[in-house]
Design a protein around this ligand. Structure first.
Ligand code: ZN
Length: 198
């Protein structure tokens, strides 16, 4: 059974990157945003199943998420849970509508809601950080450099004009230099902290 359990908390701070979530873009891609749309979303962590949730679009106004859940610390049995996430739409510039999820707690319009206990809420209500907020300057510089490298050399790189590629390449070089400077500053900071260098 792909249930979802709560248990001992990880020592890592909770971020948008390590929290179970539902993304409206996933629902759109799966073609679920139609009356009576149904689908399943499975989560994995470190290659292992981390639970799944069944999604049912009951009307234009809301979706129903159903899943099995237990609180391991309370030694609960698996129980089927359901929660409702409101939906809303805004008009697109060239026709049609854009769908949004609404946080059931604050009703904020959002693209992603995150699991907290037995329901799903927006990032602010769950008090989640973005992963980059945990990174130091060197980490942020490396993330930026890696993203640029992926754009230039990754398997999914888009076709681009030479001028765009040149611009990205220079941005990549600057990001690489920034990462080196940031690493050097970090090493210097620790050397001074440990008294290895005045
Ligand atoms: Zn909220």
């Amino acid at each position: 059974m792909g249930g979802i359990g709560s248990g001992r908390q990880s020592s890592l701070p909770k971020t948008t990157g390590n929290s179970k979530h539902i993304d409206i873009r996933f629902l759109r891609k799966q073609g679920l945003l139609v009356p009576d749309g149904r689908g399943t979303l499975s989560w994995t962590r470190n290659g292992q199943s981390a639970g799944n949730v069944n999604i049912r679009v009951e009307s234009e106004k809301h979706i129903i998420l159903s899943f099995y859940y237990r609180n391991r610390l309370e030694d609960e049995n698996w129980l089927k849970r359901e929660c409702m996430i409101p939906l809303s739409t805004t008009p697109c510039q060239f026709g049609g509508v854009r769908h949004w999820l609404n946080c059931p707690r604050c009703m904020r319009r959002c693209e992603v809601v995150y699991m907290q206990e037995t329901s799903f809420y927006c990032r602010q209500c769950c008090r989640l950080l973005y992963p980059t907020q945990l990174e130091d300057r060197h980490g942020r510089a490396c993330t930026k450099r890696n993203k640029l490298y992926e754009k230039l050399h990754g398997n999914c790189r888009p076709r681009m004009w030479k001028r765009t590629r040149d611009r990205l390449y220079f941005e990549y070089l600057y990001a690489e230099l920034d990462a080196i400077h940031a690493l050097s500053a970090t090493v210097d900071f620790y050397n001074r902290s440990l008294g290895w260098r005045k």
